[in-house]
Design a protein around this ligand. Structure first.
Ligand SMILES: C[S@@+](CC[C@H](N)C(=O)[O-])C[C@H]1O[C@@H](n2cnc3c(N)ncnc32)[C@H](O)[C@@H]1O
Length: 242
């Protein structure tokens, strides 16, 4: 993976802030317990503080480095001439990694630019990141809803998404987003969705659409947001060819 020049913010900033504050509070309680000679409580709070700190470190590593490394490997399979769509591209972490590989292709990112899933999410920020990575001429940014994509059928050779579909609160909405991803994908094209929730539902939706070449797999420790209980799963599918 090449060095990143853009500014990509933090995934789930509220979770990271909560973990850091939690570790500080627990450390304070441990210090107070030791000062009052309550050894058992002090040790318990200290263990809690270290555990929470380790979770914060895992989250920070994933959001700043791990997810980029994992996606760079996944995108290594692109030929370089594809039309690729990134669903919920945010500040462009995946979109711009893809654009680097698409020397003869095009990378389109669609988003509603909400900030609760990622800090500082805004189209001008993503545009500036595309400039910073030197790929802006291959990148198109579109404001649109994943549940009603503003693209024609079979418009893309590859559709990817990272930690975006779960942001849609209702199950019907998430199902609609997966249906839309499938609709805009050309026959034979690749669909790759990374998420930490609902991935079994995405697979079921795709099977219901007649996709047999679909599987789920763990994205590994580099994509943990705080520990193994908050892991990321890839749903990978090939749209049946014609
Ligand atoms: C956690 S961020 C992930 C951003 C980016 N994929 C990444 O990995 O850095 C989730 C993104 O999904 C977008 N999003 C959530 N619901 C959406 C919807 N219904 N339509 C379009 N974008 C949506 C949010 O605006 C946000 O940018």
């Amino acid at each position: 993976m090449s060095k990143r020049h853009g500014s990509y913010g933090f995934d789930a900033p509220w979770a990271l802030t909560g973990l850091i504050l939690g570790a500080l509070v627990l450390a304070g309680l441990a210090a107070a317990s030791f000062a009052l000679d309550i050894l058992a409580a002090g040790l318990a709070f200290l263990f809690g503080a270290l555990y929470t700190l380790a979770s914060a470190a895992s989250h920070l590593y994933t959001t700043r480095r791990g997810r980029f490394a994992v996606w760079a490997e996944e995108l290594g399979r692109l030929r370089g001439d594809e039309r690729l769509l990134d669903l919920g591209c945010g500040r462009g972490a995946v979109l711009l990694l893809a654009a680097e590989r698409l020397e003869q292709g095009r990378a389109t990112g669609v988003d509603l630019w909400r900030t609760q899933g990622q800090s500082g999410d805004a189209e001008p920020v993503t545009r500036a990141n595309a400039e910073a990575e030197g790929v802006s001429e291959r990148v198109e940014l579109v404001t649109g809803d994943l549940r009603d994509l503003p693209f024609g059928d079979a418009a893309f050779d590859a559709v990817v998404s990272s930690l975006a579909v779960h942001d849609i609160p209702a199950a019907e909405g998430r199902e609609q987003a997966v249906r839309e991803a499938y609709r805009v994908l050309r026959p034979g094209g690749l669909l790759l969705i990374a998420d930490f929730q609902h991935t079994a539902d995405y697979e079921e939706t795709l099977r219901g659409l007649g996709v047999v070449d679909v599987r789920r797999r763990d994205a590994g420790w580099r994509f943990w947001h705080g520990g193994p209980w908050f892991r990321t799963t890839f749903v990978e599918a090939r749209k049946p060819a014609g």
